[in-house]
Design a protein around this ligand. Structure first.
Ligand code: SD4
Length: 316
């Protein structure tokens, strides 16, 4: 269906991503180009959770995960990639020029360098360095739910202690950028890019570079991406699950809600300690989102809404 282009990104930092994607869509460009621009823009931004300025793993090294998918099930992905500024573009290069979908670690870096991506210094950003030093004082691996929960825990009667929800630099921990877009020709694409959970084990890979987990696009149905505790998303094939719910006729929001419900139901008590939030865009240009906890938001840009941040409804 040719129609109105639209781009949707996770979190309110989605304004940066959408800000780069929208001009591409507005001039009639392709969704795949729009989402790549979204990824590049947020990877250029210095923040806790995406790109080389993000928080390191527990050995003090920043390792990046990203993937991209177009309207024809073409996809590319990188994981555990170090010292390369634009993992989303490396993922696209893998998609377009190799017989593979996914490259990781040293091999991904070698491929990137061979394709002209500069090898950066590997030095932590000032904020990440500060957060890492602070983290080393206790060296505890505690995923953080999200910034809004800083003031308020979900209504519970148990005595579980929650990790603080802000890093020392004031940034939310969960800030993986996922972007899905529909272009004027009616084609969908998506991308996801992240530095992963801060202070993760070395070698840990989350959902964000995994096709079907952190991102999935089926041009006949819709495009979905997510943010949050990657392990919980991987075990349910989260984004693919949301696409399949939409295929069955559910609205984007209801499809996201059903996937969240699946994740929570596995262990409702444990679900109080993590966040997962999905965003979905169907081929008609309808948008929906849903999260486990309060505090997940997303940014929508289209000719209709201009650019707006919405709070997602949540399960708990
Ligand atoms: C991960 N899903 O590595 C990512 C984390 C995230 O904002 O969403 N951070 O599990």
């Amino acid at each position: 269906v040719a129609g109105q282009p639209i781009v949707v990104s996770t979190w309110d930092s989605g304004t940066i991503a959408n800000g780069a994607a929208w001009p591409v869509l507005q001039r009639g460009g392709k969704a795949i180009d729009a989402v790549e621009q979204a990824g590049i823009a947020i990877e250029n931004d210095i923040n806790c959770c995406v790109g080389l300025g993000g928080n390191p793993d527990r050995d003090g090294r920043v390792t990046l995960d990203s993937c991209i998918m177009d309207d024809k099930f073409n996809c590319g992905s990188v994981a555990f990639l170090e010292r390369i500024k634009h993992p989303v573009s490396v993922a696209r290069k893998i998609m377009e020029t190799t017989p593979h979908v996914m490259l990781v670690g040293e091999g991904a870096q070698q491929f990137a360098v061979a394709n002209g991506f500069p090898l950066e210094s590997g030095k932590l950003s000032a904020d990440a360095d500060k957060s890492y030093r602070k983290w080393l004082e206790k060296s505890e691996y505690k995923p953080i739910i999200n910034v809004e929960l800083n003031q308020k825990k979900p209504a519970l009667n148990d005595k579980k202690t929650f990790a603080p929800n802000k890093l020392d630099n004031g940034s939310p921990n969960h800030d993986t950028m996922g972007t899905v877009a529909l272009d004027a020709s009616g084609n969908l694409s998506g991308m996801c890019t992240t530095s992963g959970m801060g202070f993760k084990m070395r070698g840990r890979v989350g959902d964000s570079p995994i096709i079907g987990a952190g991102l999935y696009v089926d041009n006949e149905v819709g495009a979905v991406t997510c943010s949050g505790q990657g392990e919980e998303v991987i075990r349910m094939c989260g984004s693919h699950l949301v696409v399949e719910f939409m295929r069955q006729g559910l609205s984007p929001k209801e499809a996201c809600r059903r996937a969240v419900e699946r994740i929570v139901k596995r262990d409702p008590a444990r679900a109080r300690d993590f966040q997962v939030g999905f965003i979905a865009l169907n081929r008609k240009g309808e948008v929906g989102a849903f999260s486990v906890q309060k505090g997940f938001n997303y940014t929508v840009t289209s000719a209709n809404v201009q650019q707006q941040v919405f709070n997602a409804e949540h399960y708990l």
